[in-house]
Design a protein around this ligand. Structure first.
Ligand code: TYM
Length: 321
């Protein structure tokens, strides 16, 4: 089984990225082949500052390694180091209907929120499709918000295969039931563009402040809260607490007689413990950026070879080679 996924370096990673996607990357890195990349070409549709984009790309690699991605088991690279993907993207674009992309939620959503859409943003599911198809990926671990894009990828691959023969492998998306959609501090999906994130490597103090400001309901303290599973704070706690801590917290909610301030403190404490090790590893890695760049270069070498083979197959099939 070949596993692939990508993540945009549009800001520092947050809990949604980790619990929705990165955790799966780490679990799946022992499959026969795994490819994980930093989607800096996708990020270029929103970040227009070269130094910032370079820095965030390096930071993303450091974060992934600190969180447990092992370059001896998985190929980690930057998207822009694989030009074959952009070529493949063109082959796919020329068979993509406007309507298919107009229906994509992420584009509609950005447009609705007044974010100026460029053509790159509009066609981004096609570049994402090329990312996936270039490595014959079978499985794509992601959060729920990316599933529609994987469907687009399957549609494009099927239509290309239908016209030109059996060129592309059809991928499947994989989401984790418990964290397919991690809530942000306002209860909506956690997202950089909603400004409701808890970053993974934020300094503990400001992070604690953000947690203390999480929106809660106004039911009296003594009231039992049997619907605890719908509560944002509980949902966040469940991600970072141990099973027994979680069971205790569930009991407390059901009993009533507690303040949300207590729960917020428990979330912040559990998060400190959960991320302590990766935080220490991150400091070590950040002190040696040249090693991280080497890891990215090695990953890109392997990825380019694979993408080159698939590109040639597609070029020959459609008659440009
Ligand atoms: P991006 O960079 O927005 O997000 C990276 C990964 O994090 C997941 N995620 C979440 N999961 C659960 N709850 C949340 N609140 C949450 N927020 C983010 C996303 O689902 C994603 O898996 N288009 C992609 C990047 C990409 C890609 C690819 C992914 C480019 N090419 C090829 C897979 C395969 C994106 O913008 O993800």
């Amino acid at each position: 089984m070949r596993v692939l996924s990508g993540i945009q370096p549009t800001g520092r990673f947050h809990w949604g990225n980790y619990f929705g996607a990165i955790q799966q990357y780490i679990e799946l890195q022992d499959e026969d082949e795994s490819y994980y990349f930093i989607a800096n070409l996708h990020a270029l549709t929103t970040i227009r500052d070269r130094e910032l984009l370079r820095q965030l790309t390096l930071d993303a690699a450091i974060d992934l390694l600190a969180l447990g991605l092992d370059p001896n088991r998985a190929n980690l690279f930057a998207q822009s180091d694989i030009p074959e993907v952009s070529e493949l993207c063109w082959l796919l674009l020329s068979g993509t209907s406007m309507g298919l992309l107009e229906r994509c939620v992420s584009f509609k959503d950005k447009k609705a929120r007044g974010i100026q859409a460029n053509v790159g943003l509009f066609t981004y599911p096609v570049l994402m499709s090329a990312d996936i198809l270039a490595y014959d990926a079978d499985v794509v671990p992601v959060g729920e918000d990316q599933l529609q894009h994987i469907e687009v990828c399957r549609d494009l691959a099927m239509s290309f295969n239908h016209q030109f023969g059996d060129v592309f492998t059809l991928p499947k998306g994989k989401v984790l039931a418990d964290s397919a959609k991690v809530p942000g501090t306002d209860g909506e999906k956690m997202s950089k563009s909603y400004n409701n994130t808890l970053e993974l490597f934020e300094a503990p103090k400001p992070q604690r402040k953000k947690i203390m400001r999480i929106t809660t309901d106004s039911r009296p303290m003594e009231e039992p809260k049997p619907d605890y599973e719908d509560d944002t704070l509980f949902q966040l706690y469940r991600l970072v607490a141990t099973e027994s801590e979680c069971a205790e917290m569930a009991e407390l909610y059901q009993r009533g007689g507690f303040g949300y301030g207590e729960v917020k403190k428990a979330v912040a404490d559990a998060a400190d413990r959960y991320f302590a090790e990766p935080r220490a590893r991150r400091e070590e890695l950040a002190a040696h950026p040249e090693r991280v760049r080497e890891i990215l270069a090695d990953g890109a070498n392997v990825a380019r070879k694979k993408a080159g083979d698939v590109l040639l197959r597609a070029q020959q099939a459609c008659g440009v080679k």
